[in-house]
Design a protein around this ligand. Sequence first.
Ligand code: WTA
Length: 650
Amino acid sequence: MFEPKTHKVLKSVKKRALIDNETYLDWYQQSTKNPEKFWKKHGKRIDWFKPYTKVKNTSFTGDVLIKWYEDGVTNVSYNCIDRHLKKRGDQVAIIWEGDNPYEDKKVTYNELYEQVCRLANVMKSNGVKKGDRVTIYMPMILEAAYAMLACARIGAIHSIVFGGFSPDALAGRIVDCNSTFIITADEGLRGGRVVPLKANTDKAVEHAARDGVEVRNVLVVRRTHGKVDWYEDRDIDYDEAMRLAKPKCPPAKMKAEDPLFILYTSGSTGKPKGVLHTTGGYLVYASMTHEYVFDYHPGDIYWCSADIGWVTGHSYIVYGPLANGATTLMFEGVPNYPTPARFWEVCDKHQVNIFYTAPTAIRALMGAGDSHVTSTSRKSLRTLGSVGEPINPEAWEWYYNIVGEGKCPIVDTWWQTETGGIMITPLPGATDLKPGSATRPFFGVRPQIVDGEGEVLEGAVDGNLCIVDSWPGQMRTVYGDHERFILTYFSTYKGKYFTGDGCRRDEDGYYWITGRVDDVINVSGHRMGTAEVESALVSHDSVSEAAVVGYPHDLKGQGIYCYVTPMSGVEASDDLRKELVKHVREEIGPIATPDKIQFAPGLPKTRSGKIMRRILRKIAENEFSSLGDTSTLADPTVVDDLIENRQNKK
Ligand code: WTA
């Protein structure tokens, strides 16, 4: 097996780091031996209106109950803002860098306090109450962070929908959590291109009404001042409302287990699930991982390039960093606009110390050539991070040597929407790095590797990744469907949280995530259920049947490969192919754009009618010489046609 070279912890890094290897091993042992004691202590890193006396009350069997700090009372926005005002009211809380490189803004903690209070009052005066669901469909602008924190301030539950999702996808998420208040912008701006967020929202609201959910208000931020339709009795102008609102709003007293947010994510079956995170444990975990994983020191400028539409944006642009009183950078644009030097120019412009991005961006920038990097200084950089998908050792080395000039440790952080925060990761001053490995578990995280039958595998092995005990950042339920929560995560391997990821552990106890073992694919770090793309395809009149699989893609990590059986009498033409691509983009959004569509008169099925995805995956991967046993197929001859017409010929 290819084993990339180990990079030892640098002396210069160890000297200033918060955690060295001895401390890591010691704390890790404490955290797993006596989690109650460990988390009792670390729960105090946030402020509580009423301190907790109970710490951990969790079970992965039966009804699956997960409660942390359950009798404590706190507020997330208080912890992210108010408690810093005395010491760092004039410190910059958020640096906003626009899509246009000449546009930026800085917001201090004092200013953040006022904006969040005003917005909280706007929401309150429009009838938003504790426990109500508020949908946020916004570009990467300051108001998106205000919106999250304002919800947290009054105890409303936010559900952020990524701005790249289509009106239909937005409508589905509005309906699922019965959300009647939406915050959006006229238009978003990314890479110089305009995203019609308000127009999409209008369509989604109409669609939601057909499905029985009447949206009461749409609060609209003017980002581009582009022309939008206006519905007087429903739409609210953000600036006008903010001007009239009072600048102070007391933080609601929230129980530790009161919901903080819902975030929809894809699974292997059905519609996206509403992952529910709660207040106390989530914030303890997000802030603690932010501090130790990135080796954050007060005064550091920290930048996570994710979008707030994903969990990384929730935990590591907004909640974790702000709970720690950090200066967090929020970027509206894309890595290659106006040029592939943008990331590094922004690092220089704002003197960024900690930079966290995704392998897909690293690979794309690597492809654009070193000169875009070496034309910048990057002297301020100290820690680099990676998240979202496995990072190939080649991209890792490029990030390490070219971007970091061999001076910045890379934290390859494995985690999920469901885990709330980082789970397996190096710590800069403690962990020797192996390119491609997420290395070792964070405090309190107990990974286990099991085989297909659930047999626990010890030592250096390859299998399926489970986590055997709870941690404070864990999701608590699927919104409105606790049964689905139990079924999805705790039924495959009884009594264990199953991640859906494959994983190898090496002889040093390092973990190597090998990718999803279920029907979820990871396209440019965006998680997608193949079932969702299939259901979008079959909703087209010309499609009789569809099966979707992932295949290796140089830039995106995985690409989307679709096998489509047209309705009888429909011609399998290039025009239809284009039409279907357009259709999927409309149904889900541009992130689900199919890379390949292969028309197939028949799909490989067992005699009981189950599609054999293993075969479809192999053909998409161009590995049709190792198809395995096809004799159990109802009609083995379909395979020859599939191979003959594959779209991925080398
Ligand atoms: C994958 C993103 C390898 C994994 C925070 C996981 C990773 C899914 C890594 C969750 C990593 C995330 N190395 N794979 N460092 N980080 N993944 O919910 O398959 O959008 O299950 O959360 O991304 O994606 P999600």
